[in-house]
Design a protein. Structure first.
Length: 741
């Protein structure tokens, strides 16, 4: 007796019985599931003219109806027999194995789609999906009926030329097909080069889509090529169009007395900036003044970008399209041309600038007594790097030594600035403690940074963490963002505004986190919203300095919902704010420009702006932010691989950061470079994946390698093009220690 084939599509006659004709018929009806057609329509669409096949179609229509896959309508037409609730609209999320999940809004469970049921859908596409009847399945499974909207049509990959055609292999684990390029669409691109290719069409009968090469990026693996490829792969811009540069260069950037008269003049108030040492654009400054009543007047001054970037101009259109600056490892792709980003809008020391300010009267215990918002003119008295400000905080000394100084020369800070920095730091700590008590979650950001030589080759990797100087600036930026948002959000009647929203974490994600951290002896309490924040903060504090810290930090961040922009305020869960907006970085974020415009609009007593218009702009800004973040992560990964490729055969201590059924991910502790040990390459035993324990276990030895374990690895291979690192597993820290005795 022959066995049934596994993996067969539901509701589909085997191809060896009817040549796939029944599938073609079903697909035809599925794609227009709300309509009915007679057999003549089917014959016409399938281009069937011979009598034999015609009769087969009529017969198959009857068989499919008998099986309950089609239903016979009163007018002798047929319709797909699927209920409305069996069809959904969602977004494709491809896996590295070639299958996918469809994410449908308001559905708790994603819909699994095997590769053979994707029907040419690609990662990120919006699709219509039909969900099969479960039939004892543990998960929802379906088939893509039609691709509604392509997520992208431009891809980056390596061109492989043949005599009469070529094909581009896309450098992404989520792209399961290459792209066929006919000779007349090659445009003289050479074999083996990294290219940008545009998808033109993908016919039902074709295995691969057809494309056209639009740009040659260069030789794979070369630094400039790969940086360009990262941006091109996400469809992100690099150079400004000449007409935009010309427009920006033509803007009057001088400070005029006539404009100063329209603003609050704060040029005599002590003002300074604190930014990274390598920063070129300074879009925020702090001012400090003691008041006669013992309180402090603290100003948060933001570059008045909206003064220069006017609605309806090509400059504004370009800024909106970009929506954000992009920070790759070796360069910044700014949202605004340099004449503005590094010039007119940058609050450089000893220069007068147009600003938009938030002024607060703050008591000695950090309470805000009054507030004022409006356009100002300011003068920055000094510029500090975070390291310089931190030195003042740590030493309470006005003498900055040469090894701390931005200029590498020792100098003295004005006593009133030292007092301002120390007072602001004290107030920031008080305000931060209050936020924590109100349920804010304390994520101390860890940034991977690189020492680069003049050719942008990494000579070292280091980890940068937030210190008091960073937190000082962060706290006052949070204050301005929150108070501006409250000022508009609490108005009656409601006014359209741009909010930065952050939803509560989903319960299943919290439970998944609890499952992992329990392996390390931590127990989490998720009884209510207040307890969630409290227990997560306790967890993040408890893991500090321990081997599992980076793993737990990363998993906790992933547990959180994604922040986004919207006109519909839901508050910011992570910060424990009922109202929150982005107001403080208009040089690099378009939502801040929108917030400035709207705030001034309402200060001028103008009517509310169009909610529909701004909601669309919010969605665009959120999408561009995501692309920019992905590009930035890719550039870090590329630089890590570039650094580690010169370390082949070097041994490192690492921590197991991920476990799958095909390999174990290891993150090197000293430089945060992550790579994989493939199960097939572990020679001392055959290892099986144990999902319950997030571990791999040897069949003979019963040796276990578990998430969070420290191990020693040797660098086996680093692939710049694929941006992957392969390790050889040497053993656990304990095993290696025993062997070395």
């Amino acid at each position: 007796m022959s066995k049934k084939k596994k993996g067969k599509k539901p509701f589909q006659a085997p191809d060896n019985q009817d040549g796939g004709l029944s599938k073609k018929i079903l697909d035809l009806f599925k794609k227009q599931s709300d309509k009915s057609f007679d057999y003549k329509y089917v014959l016409d669409k399938l281009k069937i003219e011979d009598t034999k096949t015609r009769n087969k179609v009529i017969r198959l229509l009857g068989q499919l109806t008998a099986k309950g896959q089609l239903k016979h309508m009163e007018d002798k037409k047929f319709q797909f027999d699927g209920k409305e609730e069996d069809f959904h609209i969602g977004i494709i999320d491809m896996t590295s194995r070639g299958d996918a999940y469809v994410m449908v809004e308001d559905m708790e469970q994603d819909i699994y789609v095997s590769n053979k049921n994707l029907n040419h859908a690609l990662d990120g596409d919006e699709v219509k999906v039909y969900v099969f009847k479960k039939r004892e399945r543990s998960k929802s499974e379906g088939e893509v009926i039609t691709v509604l909207t392509r997520n992208k049509t431009d891809f980056v990959g390596v061109l492989h030329k043949k005599e009469k055609f070529g094909f581009v292999v896309v450098a992404s684990s989520k792209m399961y097909t290459d792209i066929f390029v006919p000779n007349d669409k090659m445009h003289d691109a050479e074999d083996g080069l990294l290219v940008k290719v545009r998808l033109l069409q993908w016919k039902d009968k074709d295995d691969s889509p057809k494309g056209e090469i639009t740009e040659v990026l260069g030789v794979p693996g070369e630094h400039e090529t790969e940086m360009h490829a990262i941006l091109a792969g996400y469809g992100l811009p690099e150079q400004f169009p000449p007409e935009v540069e010309e427009f920006a260069n033509g803007i009057d950037t001088k400070i005029h007395q006539s404009e100063i008269k329209k603003r609050r003049d704060l040029r005599d108030t002590l003002t300074f900036t604190i930014d990274p040492a390598d920063a070129k654009d300074f879009d925020d400054a702090l001012s400090f003044k003691k008041m006669d009543n013992g309180n402090f007047e603290i100003g948060i001054h933001i570059a008045d970008v909206a003064h220069y970037v006017q609605p309806g101009t090509i400059l504004d259109e370009e800024a909106y399209n970009r929506a954000t600056s992009i920070y790759l490892v070796d360069r910044v792709v700014p949202m605004l041309p340099e004449v503005l980003s590094n010039g007119a809008c940058s609050l450089r020391p000893n220069e007068e600038k147009y600003t938009f300010s938030a002024l607060f009267e703050v008591t000695q215990d950090g309470k805000v007594k009054s507030e004022w918002f409006g356009r100002t003119v300011t003068y920055s008295d000094a510029r500090f790097a975070y390291e310089e400000a931190q030195y003042i905080i740590d030493s309470e000394d006005k003498h900055i030594p040469a090894d701390i100084s931005l200029s590498q020369k020792a100098y003295e800070v004005e006593p009133e600035i030292v007092e301002a920095v120390l007072t602001l730091n004290s107030l920031a700590k008080t305000m931060r403690d209050k936020r924590m008590q109100q349920g804010a979650i304390s994520f101390d950001k860890v940034e991977v940074k690189f020492h680069l030589d003049e050719d942008n080759n990494p000579t070292g990797v280091y980890v940068k963490t937030s210190e008091d100087a960073n937190k000082l600036i962060e706290e006052f930026m949070l204050l301005a963002n929150r108070k501006v948002s409250e000022f508009i959000g609490k108005r009656k009647p409601p006014k359209t505004f741009v909010y930065r929203c952050h939803d509560e974490p989903q319960e299943d994600r919290l439970e998944a986190l609890n499952t992992v951290v329990s392996k390390f002896g931590y127990n989490l309490n998720f009884q209510n919203r207040a307890e969630v924040a409290k227990t997560l903060n306790s967890l993040l504090e408890d893991v500090k300095g321990k081997k599992e810290q980076n793993l737990v930090d990363t998993l906790t961040i992933r547990t959180m919902s994604k922040a986004y922009y919207s006109t519909q305020n839901i508050g910011h869960y992570g910060l424990a704010f009922d109202y929150y907006s982005h107001f403080t970085s208009p040089i690099r974020r378009y939502p801040d420009v929108m917030a400035h415009r709207l705030l001034q609009r309402y200060l001028d007593q103008d009517p509310s702006a169009s909610e529909t218009e701004y909601e669309e702009k919010c969605k665009h800004s959120s999408e561009m932010e995501k692309l920019a973040t992905n590009a930035e992560r890719d550039s870090i990964k590329y630089m890590q691989v570039k650094y580690i490729q010169d370390q082949e055969e070097t041994e490192y201590k690492g921590v197991i950061s991920g476990v799958t059924d095909f390999g174990v991910f290891i993150e090197i502790i000293e430089n945060k470079c992550e790579g994989m040990v493939r199960l097939k390459d572990i020679s001392d035993d055959h290892y099986d994946f144990n999902e319950e324990h997030y571990a791999i276990i040897g069949r003979k030895t019963k040796k276990m390698y578990q998430l969070g374990d420290e191990v020693y690895v040797r660098v086996k291979k680093a692939d710049l093009v694929k941006r992957t690192i392969d390790f050889e597993l040497l053993g656990s820290v304990e095993e290696v220690a025993i062997e070395s005795e």
